[in-house]
Ligand binder design. Structure first.
Ligand SMILES: C[S@@+](CC[C@H](N)C(=O)[O-])C[C@H]1O[C@@H](n2cnc3c(N)ncnc32)[C@H](O)[C@@H]1O
Ligand SMILES: [Zn+2]
Length: 285
């Protein structure tokens, strides 16, 4: 079973067809040969190729496949399972999980394997990212529904989702509230003040800590913070490739000066701290 889709053009229900999906008004969306649906209307695109590029997606996949982010992925799996258990006594349906801005699908596939009885959808605005998701789930023999779509206009029906996961991605409170069931949860994984401090020290002369708990001041009604946890680890990067792949996963990729990038390319080893925050938020309209 998959999440219920809505048409990105007229917002009516989308029904499955042998080669994709279609609404009652006749808007048709073909399934790509890799298996995903593109539900991002052309007129909603701000650029020809929005979101992460192929190069960034490949760097992210290579990095995540090293297992260096296993600690946050495990914390996310455990917390997701707890969130669904807390709601299970009231809702007998198959739990629906949505990974919003899922990138190349590392966390999505892991969540789908950890919580085997759930229906899981991953979407991202980047087509190369979603193509990688299809490859990842095929290789892992994991089931998931993959969509090219934006968090600003999620092509899923109202009141349909038990849990939204947002890992280093954009949050759209209005859209998240629309698709969540009452007492559904959002898990947000983001940077703590000292995340990748040593990498940043290699890039900038003046390194500032990120503001602590910026998200906490932004949570609007009727969302409520249930808990926030600190996740720390030490990353030992043992090749220039791993260091540059990690760089490509961060906003610093865009800000680094060529001279500093050259300096980074000469490094073969870097020990770096992982400092993340995992926020559990409940939707109580
Ligand atoms: C920092 S990456 C995180 C990806 C993934 N969650 C992970 O941690 O591996 C942010 C992702 O958000 C996507 N993105 C950017 N704007 C978006 C939007 N409006 N809607 C959906 N995804 C978006 C990018 O393409 C990129 O894959
Ligand atoms: Zn339609």
């Amino acid at each position: 079973m998959s999440s219920t889709l809505r048409c990105p053009v007229c917002k009516e229900l989308l029904a499955s067809t042998p080669d994709g999906a279609c609404c009652a008004s006749g808007h048709r969306f073909d399934r790509a040969r890799q298996g995903y649906l593109n539900l991002l209307p052309v007129h909603k695109k701000r650029s020809a190729n929005p979101g992460d590029s192929t190069e960034m997606v490949q760097a992210r996949s290579r990095f995540l496949d090293t297992g260096l982010y296993n600690t946050p992925a495990t914390a996310l799996e455990k917390k997701a399972s707890l969130c669904l258990q807390s709601a299970a006594s009231k809702d007998m349906n198959v739990p629906v999980i949505v990974d919003a801005g899922c990138g190349e699908g590392y966390y999505t596939v892991r969540l789908g394997q950890y919580i085997a009885d759930a229906s899981i959808t991953g979407f991202d605005i980047s087509r190369p990212a979603i193509q990688s998701c299809c490859r990842r789930s095929r290789e892992a023999d994991a089931k998931a529904q993959w969509l090219v779509a934006s968090v600003a206009d999620i092509p899923l029906t109202d009141d349909s989702t038990n849990l939204i996961v947002s890992v280093f991605s954009r949050i759209d409170w209005h859209e998240f509230g629309r698709i969540l069931k009452a007492n559904g949860h959002i898990l947000v994984l983001g940077p703590g003040p000292d995340h990748l401090l040593e990498l940043r020290q290699q890039i900038y002369d003046d390194v500032r800590s990120y503001p602590e708990d910026k998200l906490l001041t932004q949570i609007p009604e009727p969302f409520k913070l249930v808990s926030h946890e600190t996740i720390t680890d030490t990353l030992t990067l043992e090749s220039a490739e791993a260091i540059l792949d990690l760089l490509a996963m961060t906003p610093h990729y865009w800000h680094i000066k060529p001279s500093q990038k050259e300096k980074l390319e000469q490094l073969n080893r870097l020990q770096c701290r992982l400092d993340m925050r995992l926020y559990t938020i409940i939707y109580q309209p």
